[in-house]
Design a protein around this ligand. Sequence first.
Ligand code: ADP
Length: 510
Amino acid sequence: MKGSFIKNLHKAFATGLFLLGLSSTASYFAIRESYSRAEWVKHTEQVKGQLEALCSYLKDAETGVRGYMLTGAPVTLAPFHGSYKHVSDTFNSLAILTKDNKEQQSTLPKLRSLIQVRYQILHDHIEDKRVRNRVDSLRVFKGKAVMDSIRTTISQMQQHEDLLLKRREELWSTYKSLSPLLIILIAITGAITAYYFCKQLKITYFRNVQLQKILQQEKIDTDKRIKLIEDISQQVSLGNYQLRLQEKESDVLGRLAASLNRMTASLEYSFNALKELMVKKDEFVSIAAHELKTPLTSIKAYLQFIGRVRLESEEGRRIYPFVSKANLQVNKLTTIIRDLLDVTRINEGGLPLQLSEFSIREAILEVSDELFHSIKTHELFIEGEPDIRVNADKFRIEQVLINLITNAVKYSPERNKVIAEVIQIEGYVKVSIKDFGIGIPKDQLPLIFERYFRVEQTSQNFAGLGLGLYISNGIVRKHGGEMGVNSTPGEGSVFWFTLPTINVDNSHKS
Ligand code: ADP
C-alpha cells in the first residue's frame, strides 16, 4: 500500500514536470518568435533603405555629370566624385545584410556590373566633354537604358524583401495563434492530470488510513489476548488449575492458548490425583498414629516401671543402660506420633487450645532451661522487651519455640550462638529466633511451611520429617498470629511469629 502511494506520487511529479517543460518550451518559442518579428521588420527596412540610398547616390552622380556637360565647369562634378565611395559602401553593406538570402545574393553581381557599366558611361561622357566638348547622344540613350535596368533590379530586390517579410509575418501569425492554443491545451491536460493523480492519492491515502486503523485494532486485540494468556498463566502458577482460555482463533496466539489449556488440564489432573493421594496419606498417617499411640503408651509405662524397680542384681545393673536408651527412643517415637497427630488435627482444623495468661519471655526462659540442659554446642541470648504478656496456649507456644530453637541449633552446626528477640508492634508481640547457620535458598522459602517439606540440598545431612514448621505455623495461625522467615544462604535465618497481646483488639488478623 505504501509502495503504490509513493508510486502515484512519483507519477504525479513526473507528469507535472513533463507538462511544465512542454508549456515552458511553447512559451519560449512564442516569445522568441515575437522578438524575431521585430527584427525581421527592421532588417527589411534596412535592406530597402540601402537600396534607396544606392539609387539616390547614382542619381547624384548623374546630376553632377549632367551639370558638367551643360556648363563645362569642373566644380559641378563634385557629386559625381563623392557618390562612387558612397555607392561602394552601400553596396558592401547590402552584401552583408543579405548574406543569408540566396536570391538577393545572386542578384547582387548583376547589380554591381550594371552600376559599373553606368559609372563607365558617365565617365566616358565626362571625357567626351573635356576632350572634344561634345555629347555622344547614343551613349546618352545607352546610359539611360542601363540606369533603367538598375532601377528595375533595385525595385525587384525591394519587392523580394517585401515578399520575404510578408512570408515571415504569415509564419509569425501562425505561431501567434497556435501558441495560446497550445498553452491552453497543456494547461487543460495539466489540470486533468492533476485531478486524476489527486484522486488516486486520495484513494491511496484513505486506504492507508483504513489499513492503519485495522492494524491498530489488531494490535489492541493481540495485546488483549497476550494479557489474557499472561493472566491465566499467572493464575495457573498460583495453583488455579481449573481456569481455561476461550480462544477461537487458529493463529500463533490461538495455538499457544490451546497448548496452555492442555498443559493446565494436565496439571489439574495431576494436582487432583496428588490431592487425592495426600488425603489418603493423611488418612493413613492419622490411623497409624492413633494405632501406634496405645501400644507406645503401654511400652512407655512398662519401661518406667522397669526403671523405677531398683534391681540389686548384677543382671539388673547390666540391663539398666539399655532400658534408659529404650526410654529415649520411645520418647522420640512419642514426639513423632504427637507431631503426626498434630498434623491431622491442624488439617481437620480441630487443634484445641488451652488459653492462659503468661509472659513470652518466661516461656522462652523455660524452653531454654529445658533444651540447653542437654544442648552444649550453642548458647541462647534473649533480647528485646522484658515483659510482654499474651493470652495463649502456653504448651503449644512452647512447642513452637522448641521447634524454632532446635531448628536454629540443628541448622547452624558450625556456630554456637542463637538469638531470641521479643518486640512489641501495635498490639502484637513479635518473637524472632535468629541463627547464623546454613540459611535457606530463596526459591525454597515460599514452600518452607508446607507439610513434609525439607530443603533438598540439606535434607540428607540433617534428620527430620519436615513437620515442625507446618505444625508451628498451624499453632500460630490458630492463635490469630502470623509466621514468617527471612534467610540468606550461608549467613543464617530468622524465623519469626506474632501473637496478639492482652487487651488489644486483634480483629484485623485472621
Ligand atoms: P525438620 O527440621 O524436621 O526437617 P521442619 O518443618 O522443622 O522439619 O523444617 C523444615 C525444613 O526447613 C528443614 O528440613 C530444613 O531444611 C529447613 N529449616 C528449618 N529451619 C531452618 C533453619 N533454622 N535454618 C535452615 N534451614 C531450616
